[in-house]
Each structure stands twice: as structure tokens, then as C-alpha cells.
Design a protein around this ligand. Structure first.
Ligand SMILES: [Zn+2]
Length: 70
């Protein structure tokens, strides 16, 4: 599950999206991860039209999941 990717691509259900938006407003570490992810995605997309490596997607979504439960 690539939660962060889905969030950025606005593929989440509206309630889940709003929940994450609220969390990101108050959690600087998740926000930093989001920014890192976003810049990595745009870098990769400028190189080639492929998704991020699955392990990176998993790592980031796991990170956000662990935080978003607070
Ligand atoms: Zn967090």
C-alpha cells in the first residue's frame, strides 16, 4: 500500500485524505517525508516515466502510517 503516493495523487477516499491533511499540518516529520517523497517523484519522472521503486514506496507509506495513527 502506497499511502503517501496515493495521498499526493489524490487517490485516497476524501475522509482519509482530510485526515492525513490534518495530520500533516501538525507533524513536521511526516511533512518532511512528504516533501522528500514529492521531490523524489518529480526527479524520477523527469528521468523516466516509471513509478518509484516499490521498497521506497513501502518505506514511506509505512512511516506515514505509523505517525498517522496518533
Ligand atoms: Zn506524523
Amino acid at each position: 500500500m502506497a499511502l503517501l503516493a496515493d495521498y499526493l495523487e489524490e487517490q485516497l477516499p476524501p475522509a482519509r485524505h482530510a485526515e492525513l491533511t490534518r495530520h500533516l499540518e501538525t507533524c513536521s516529520s511526516c511533512l518532511a517525508q512528504l516533501k522528500t517523497y514529492r521531490s523524489t517523484v518529480s526527479l524520477l519522472r523527469s528521468l523516466r516515466e516509471e513509478d518509484l521503486p516499490s521498497d521506497l514506496r513501502l518505506m514511506l507509506s509505512t512511516f506515514l502510517n505509523e505517525h498517522a495513527v496518533h
